[in-house]
Design a binder for this molecule. Structure first.
Ligand SMILES: [Zn+2]
Length: 504
């Protein structure tokens, strides 16, 4: 190529780039580089986090949804596991290879490694980097939405609006929520709204004073629109300390995570501004801590329903919407396949579980309140009704012969029931009890262990584990999320996707 021709081509490219940058002249003082052929930058960003969700939790939901018939094995599809761009992210933090939700959410929101338990601060526990919500709202004028199935000042949502040295500083986190001015908070209640000593002004009141519309009325929440500027919409459910109920236990008329995503879009779908919407399914983690596979799977499926709401929005805003889905860490050491089922699985048996461990605990607690002398024989019909399991002597009444307890399983269940009647101190005062029950109600955790094991699901922990997580991306800017990287790189990828130089 002659020098003259190369100069001509270079000037043509320069003119084209100038036109393109004028056409895309967005942002206040933010430099964006874009070429005509490059994919559009996302104006609407959804970031879904399955707390405690790694490959195995998503795969378990696919297996449950699929066909487990011998000779015809077929996994079902989830929206997010079918996304075109996929990555894998390491999850360790500066303290541990088994990190917690505070440090991992900080990795996503601030792009830094920090201690377990720390929210929005660097490893010195003092330096507060601007988080994604701050950068996107301040530099690009995006509206900010935050939704979660757990309390709204819990670690994961908090990392997107607060900076605190300890995730337990709930009141301080709630105050930072009130001061954020962000457009939409949706889902669970505020934990410790009047402070640890219950002597502070109520956080709900403060939100109203700061100009928030605060509502727990389902009809009112679903009728919200873009006229509502700053909203905190929540469900006041007593199960699990003010979080949304497990999807497995949801009652007619109770709002779901999908509903909270719909409401958030209605509040923030103002075509003038873009938005960044972080949505957490927080009880996948809680169910995994308790080793309850059915509750885990149902919340994962509901997360996928919520992602469908985002996909419907993306269909109306093609080339402008980015959807990213990941987990923050794995919980429970869940496996598909375990020691005594070998290569077999039978996920269809999970269909016999009718309620989560939390709901079952409440049910048995109610029975014990009525009759403190309650016997195992009296509880057994309730177990059969809600978990399908039957005793060896009642084998002929089993809805499915695989649900008959072996003598070994029956003894484990009987021991668990007897242990559940002891004081909490007696229940946890020896090593074996901890390994068997993990501090959960011995009866319900043994029930889920038995039904999960019969289904071919194993657990190795009641805590978080060090396995990496999958990242799934769809839409404008999704190309930045492919490959193998660290969880802090997810922060970087979001900024790259919106054309922001990463020099925070
Ligand atoms: Zn957890």
């Amino acid at each position: 190529m002659s020098k003259q021709m190369r100069n001509k081509i270079l000037s043509a490219i320069l003119v084209f780039a100038m036109i393109a940058s004028v056409r895309l002249g967005l942002g206040m003082g933010v430099v964006r580089a874009e070429e005509e052929s490059a994919p559009a930058m996302p104006k609407y960003i959804f970031f879904f986090i399955g707390d405690g969700m790694s490959h195995v939790q998503a795969s378990a939901a696919r297996v449950y949804k699929g066909n487990n018939t011998e000779g015809e094995v077929l996994a079902g599809e989830l929206n997010f596991t079918s996304f075109p761009v996929n990555g894998i992210a390491s999850t360790f933090d500066s303290t541990s290879f088994c990190p917690d939700s505070a440090s991992t959410a900080t990795a996503f929101s601030c792009g830094v490694k920090t201690h377990s338990g720390v929210i929005g601060l660097e490893v010195d526990k003092v330096t507060a980097p601007r988080n994604l919500s701050e950068i996107l709202s301040q530099d690009l004028g995006y509206e900010i939405g935050i939704a979660s199935t757990v309390t709204i000042n819990h670690a994961t949502p908090a990392a997107f609006y607060a900076h605190v040295a300890s995730r337990n500083e709930y009141y301080d986190i709630a105050m930072q929520m009130a001061d954020s001015g962000y457009n939409y908070f949706g889902g669970g209640t505020i934990n410790k709204p009047t402070g640890a000593d219950k002597d502070q002004q109520d956080a709900y009141e403060i939100l109203v004073e700061k100009g928030y519309t605060v509502t727990n009325d389902p009809a009112e929440i679903m009728a919200l629109d873009a006229d509502a500027d700053m909203v905190y919409a929540y469900t006041d459910c007593p199960q699990d300390g003010g979080a949304l109920p497990y999807s497995l236990d949801a009652q007619e008329g109770q709002l779901t995570l999908s509903d909270y995503v719909t409401a958030g879009i209605n509040v923030m779908g103002n075509p003038e501004n873009g938005f960044f919407f972080m949505v957490e399914s927080g009880k996948i983690d809680w169910a995994c801590h308790a080793n309850d596979a059915k509750a885990t799977i149902y919340d994962t499926l509901e997360l996928d329903n919520a992602i469908q709401v985002a996909l419907d929005f993306a269909a109306e805003h093609p080339d402008e919407t980015l959807i990213v889905v990941t987990g923050d860490h794995e919980t429970g050491g869940m496996t598909i396949g375990q020691s005594y089922t070998g290569y077999d699985t039978a996920f269809d048996l999970l269909a016999y579980q009718k309620m989560s461990f939390v709901a079952f605990d409440a049910l048995v607690a109610g029975m014990l309140e009525e009759d403190p002398e309650l016997t195992f024989e009296e509880v057994m019909p309730v177990i059969t009704e809600n978990f399908g399991l039957v005793t060896p002597v009642d084998a002929s009444t089993a809805p499915d012969e695989r649900l008959v307890l072996s003598k070994y399983e029956y003894k484990k269940l009987l021991d668990a029931f007897e242990t559940s009647l002891m004081t909490p101190e007696e229940q946890t005062n020896n090593e074996e009890n901890y390994i068997l029950y993990g501090g959960y109600n011995p009866l319900s955790v043994t029930l889920t262990h038995i039904l999960n094991n019969k289904s071919g699901i194993g657990w190795t922990s009641y805590s978080h584990t060090g396995t990496p997580v999958a990242v799934h991306a769809y839409g404008a800017g999704s190309e930045y999320f492919g490959g193998s990287y660290d969880n802090t790189d997810i922060y970087t990828a979001f900024l790259e996707a919106v054309g922001l130089a990463v020099n925070e």
